[in-house]
Write a protein that binds this ligand. Structure first.
Ligand SMILES: [Zn+2]
Length: 445
């Protein structure tokens, strides 16, 4: 065994730290020798034999219901023996069935450490039990993969794991490294995968906590002062105090892939996928990139350059469109000014459109009132009405008042200043908007 591979972790503890609780839980449940039942010391005190400690692969078994009760409105049972893993140590509980009823939660009862199985129906007597193996094996792949990736970061980057999160959707470890280069991450990932290719045995055993040097452990609970400590060992690579379920050979993990690195609480959060999750993630990425390479008619590695070219083209076109719009508005303004109605020494321009947005309307209004003696009442029809009332600086009409009058038929709201005001209202046709603008300009006495 290579001692250099084992780095004793100082008792550093982060929020949400699961390791300490995990070790404590195991401590209460295992004896000095640890085998075969993992409950030697405390067996007489405990209601449930936790068989998953020594056998993480059995997922079909029979047991006897020793207690039934109701918990949160659901039937709950305690078995004399169970392979169901209760939530703990950062690992989610197992699901499956007991006596035909669905298992919806599994947890450890605080007072007597019994494993409680929450069901969607009643179960009693001798019952056939089935663990959802797809879910359990996935969790074992992620969990054991985490042990290996954590140790790989210790050995290649001197970065220690201070947090671990495992759910159905994501797996992350939080490292105490202030920064990590892409190269460092790749090196750690490479070492972790080499450990998988080696197909090393993963074993669990109970050790004397006094002899726990070299065991990766984030916190030694007080209760560990006597008895044994459950240790999970990846041969000649990692020893971690842990009470979860693990694969028995590293090859069963398949692959470990880091998919995200981000700053987190002064350290680095590494998101990764193991085994089936890595493959599923690869599937998604192949699907997405396949669509993109088809759409952009390029190869996978050419995608970033192709997207950049596309973005440049769009920016260029936007500049061209803006220049054309500027020229167009000149023609439009000239046309509107030429046909304006003269009243009270002002040229009144009243126009409704159904083919432009508010920004274009503001632009046109601004261009019109650059001329002296112009009042422009412009509107957009459609599902939402938009109206702008603007006048030249040399005039004195109140555009706010005109706007309120123009929007009134559409239940609209808006505001501005005496020289320019705008607002919107409900749906209207172009004729309706035109009529409302004209009525606002020529109010009945
Ligand atoms: Zn573990």
């Amino acid at each position: 065994m290579s001692a250099s591979g084992f780095v004793a972790k100082p008792a550093k503890r982060a929020a949400g730290d699961a390791y300490g609780h995990l070790a404590l839980g195991i401590w209460l449940l295992v004896g000095q020798n640890g085998a075969p039942t993992a409950c030697l010391n405390a067996e007489s005190l405990l209601m449930t034999q936790r068989l998953y400690y020594d056998d993480s692969f059995t997922h079909s078994f029979s047991a006897h219901v020793v207690e039934t009760f109701t918990h949160n409105g659901h039937p709950a049972v305690v078995l004399d023996r169970t392979y169901f893993y209760p939530t703990g140590g950062g690992q989610p509980h197992d699901t499956g069935s007991i006596g035909g009823a669905r298992v919806i939660d599994v947890f450890t009862r605080a007072d007597d450490k019994a494993v409680v199985h929450l069901l969607d129906g009643a179960a009693a007597g001798e019952v056939a039990c089935e663990i959802d193996w797809t879910r359990r094996f996935d969790l074992m792949q992620q969990h054991t993969g985490q042990h290996i990736l954590t140790q790989a970061f210790v050995q290649t980057a001197g970065a220690h794991t201070v947090g671990f999160h495992l759910s159905e959707n994501s797996v992350t470890v939080d490292l105490d490294a202030e920064a990590l280069t892409a190269g460092q991450v790749a090196t750690a990932e490479g070492l972790a995968n080499q450990i998988l290719y080696d197909d090393r045995p993963v074993t669990t055993r109970i050790i004397d906590p006094e002899a726990a040097e070299g065991v990766r452990m984030r916190r030694v609970p007080d209760a560990l002062a006597t008895g044994g400590l459950r240790v999970v060992e990846v041969q000649d690579f990692d020893m971690t105090a842990c009470g979860g379920t693990h694969v028995t050979r590293t090859g069963q993990i398949g692959t470990i892939k880091v998919v995200g690195v981000e700053r987190y609480k002064g350290g680095q959060r590494i998101e990764f996928r193991c085994g089936g999750r890595a493959l599923a993630d690869y599937d998604v990425r192949v699907g997405v990139t396949g669509k993109l390479t088809n759409a952009l008619t390029c190869g996978l590695t050419e995608l970033p350059a192709a997207v950049e070219r596309l973005q440049n083209t769009i920016r260029e076109r936007e500049r061209t469109i803006k220049a054309l719009q500027e020229r167009l508005v000149e023609y439009e303004a000239a046309d509107l000014l030429a046909n304006a109605a003269v009243r009270d020494d002002a040229r009144w321009i009243i126009a409704a459109f159904d083919d432009r947005d508010a920004a274009a309307l503001r632009w046109l209004a601004g261009r019109l009132v650059r001329e002296v003696g112009v009042v422009a009442l412009l509107g957009i029809s459609g599902e939402k009405t938009h109206v702008i009332c603007a006048r030249s600086a040399d005039l004195s009409q109140d555009m706010n008042a005109l706007l309120q009058a123009a929007l009134a038929p559409f239940g609209g709201r808006g505001g501005g200043n005496p020289a320019q005001a705008q607002g919107g209202g409900g749906a209207a046709t172009r004729d309706q908007v035109q009529a409302a603008l004209a009525a606002a300009a020529h109010p009945h006495p």
